[in-house]
Design a protein around this ligand. Structure first.
Ligand code: FES
Ligand code: FES
Length: 157
C-alpha cells in the first residue's frame, strides 16, 4: 500500500508498505531519516520516539498506515534552520550524550516537555522521561540538560 504523511513539514510518501510495517521502519528505511533509533522494537526503550500530531509516541509501535495524512516530527526536525534546538544545545553543553543511541528519543521527549510545561519540576522531568532508557549516562547529565533548556526557554519564551 502507499502511505503518505507530513514529516518535519514536508509531504512524504512511501510505496509498497506492508500492512504491519512500523512507522519507525518507514522513517528510517524508506524516507532516509535514520535519527529515530531502533533498539527494542517493543515500546520499552523510547529510542524511537517521534511526535505524531504533536504527541510523543514510540514509532516502533505505530503501524505506518496509522500515520496516513498526519504530521510526524522526528529528531531531524527539531533544529531551527542551521541552529540546533535549545534542548540539543543543552545536551551538548551538559555532556548528556555518550554513545548517543538513546539521545534522539530523549531529545524529542524533552523538547515536547519544555514546550508544554514552561518550568518543569524535577518530578515532571523524571515522569516525562520515564519511558526513555539510557545505558550510559546515569541520567544526571540528561536531567541537568533538560533543566538548562527549560530555564532558558522560560527566560526567553
Ligand atoms: S525501539 Fe521503540 S521503544 Fe524501543
Ligand atoms: S548515551 Fe548511550 S544509551 Fe544513552
Amino acid at each position: 500500500m502507499r502511505v503518505g504523511f507530513t514529516v518535519n513539514g514536508r509531504e512524504e510518501t512511501a510505496d509498497d508498505v506492508w500492512e504491519g510495517e512500523s512507522l519507525l521502519y518507514v522513517l528510517r528505511e524508506r524516507m532516509g531519516l535514520p535519527g529515530s533509533k531502533n533498539a527494542c522494537e517493543q515500546g520499552e526503550c523510547g529510542s524511537c520516539t517521534v511526535l505524531l500530531d504533536g504527541v510523543p509516541v514510540c514509532s516502533c509501535l505505530v503501524a505506518a498506515g496509522q500515520a496516513e495524512g498526519r504530521r510526524v516530527r522526528t529528531v531531524e526536525g527539531l533544529a531551527e534552520g542551521d541552529r540546533q534546538a535549545p534542548i540539543q544545545e543543552a545536551f551538548v553543553e551538559c555532556g548528556a550524550v555518550q554513545c548517543g543511541f538513546c539521545t534522539p528519543g530523549l531529545l524529542v521527549q524533552a523538547h515536547d516537555l519544555i514546550e508544554r510545561v514552561p518550568r518543569p519540576s524535577d518530578a515532571d522531568i523524571r515522569e516525562a522521561l520515564a519511558g526513555n532508557l539510557c545505558r550510559c549516562t546515569g541520567y544526571e547529565k540528561i536531567l541537568a540538560a533538560v533543566r538548562l533548556a527549560a530555564n532558558r526557554r522560560a527566560e526567553n519564551p
